[in-house]
Write a protein that binds this ligand. Structure first.
Ligand code: B12
Length: 269
């Protein structure tokens, strides 16, 4: 079963996949869990295409077309193929998923969990998105023991919000979370400004030694849509339809522009 699914994913340029029983997954959003769920297929979607990181305040995932849309298109193509190849019921997720995707990928043995709480793929480092397919097939694979990074501590040391502790990240202190929030304190705005953060944050990934030797993504969707520079003029110039192709659109254009203004050092009302 897993071998057939791997072949289908490989034809899409996705080379790393594993499977585990649903009982081994941490359910974080029970309402999304299909009632037929018996197993989860996890796979990685590499998105690092850069050599030198951009410095305009937009994190890597935000400077290319939205990965949720990539996943939607992918599932439209592969779910029917997986169902007919395996006679199983399948539902695809990415991010908005019933399970803790990082933990599930680690339990499939695809890589390790970093101190920054992110999943680190063996070949592509942490700049990978995770896709999950929940199926009604009995799982022949056993969950692997979770492996962790070497704990060099660089991510915790460099995290501007001091969000990384011994037990993972405190989401409320993570600048990625703060940048996406419509309600933040003046202190949080200052933290964004001082660190030039506009949308999402990659600091804990950029300092991670596992990313030093990571391979680059070969996926055309990310390679072709990545923008080297994003600024106020660019955001303002986008039509509604173009704007909505980016992941940052979900909070509206006003917040993105407000964040750009904030990072430029201007005081906001
Ligand atoms: C909610 C969420 C966020 C939130 C909160 C993150 C969090 N750790 O809770 C915010 C907005 C901060 C966020 C940011 C990012 N995210 Co996010 N996110 C998710 C989502 C939807 C759920 C995560 C979750 O709740 N997991 C379950 C919790 C229980 O586990 P945990 O994440 O390990 O959380 C632990 C800590 O938070 C800790 N904890 C809780 N409170 C406190 C308090 C203190 C003081 C301490 C020390 C610890 C602590 O306990 C938890 C259990 O061990 C997943 C998709 C999914 N369905 O899994 C994507 C996901 C994890 N995100 C992803 C990405 C890409 C990012 C960003 C890199 C985006 C960016 N560039 O800004 C950043 C990275 C920040 C980071 N270092 O984690 C990818 C990660 C891929 C990978 N390689 O691992 C995922 C898997 C989405 C996907 N399908 O690709 N994310």
């Amino acid at each position: 079963m897993l071998e057939k699914i791997k072949e289908i994913l490989k034809a899409e340029g996705l080379e790393s996949a594993g499977m585990l029983p649903i009982s081994e997954c941490e359910i974080i959003n029970p309402r999304l869990l299909p009632d037929f769920a018996k197993s989860a297929v996890m796979f990685t979607i590499p998105y690092r295409t850069f050599d030198t990181p951009a410095s305009d305040g937009f994190s890597e995932y935000a400077r290319m077309y939205d990965y949720h849309k990539f996943a939607r298109g992918l599932y439209e193509r592969i779910v029917p193929a997986v169902e007919s190849a395996t006679v199983a019921k399948v539902r695809g997720f990415c991010d908005h998923s019933p399970i803790n995707e990082k933990l599930a990928a680690a339990k499939c043995g695809l890589g390790v969990i970093g101190r920054n709480s992110l999943f680190i793929d063996k070949r592509y480092g942490s700049f990978v998105f995770l896709g999950s397919m929940i199926t009604d097939a009995e799982c022949e694979e056993r969950a692997k023991p979770v492996e962790y990074c070497v704990n060099c501590g660089r991510c915790a040391e460099k995290c501007p919000g001091k969000a990384i502790g011994e037990n993972g990240i405190a989401p409320a202190k993570c600048l990625s979370s703060i940048s996406q929030s419509k309600h933040r304190t003046e202190e949080e705005r200052l933290l964004l400004r001082e660190n030039g953060v506009i949308w999402g944050c990659d600091i804990c990934q950029l300092v991670c030694p596992y990313n030093d030797t990571a391979e680059r993504s070969k996926i055309a969707y990310f390679k072709e849509t990545r923008r080297e520079r994003i600024d106020k003029e660019f955001i303002e110039s986008l039509s509604k339809e173009e704007f909505e192709k980016y992941a940052f659109s979900y909070r509206g254009r006003k917040l993105v522009l407000e964040n750009i203004e904030n990072a430029s050092g201007k005081t906001l009302d």
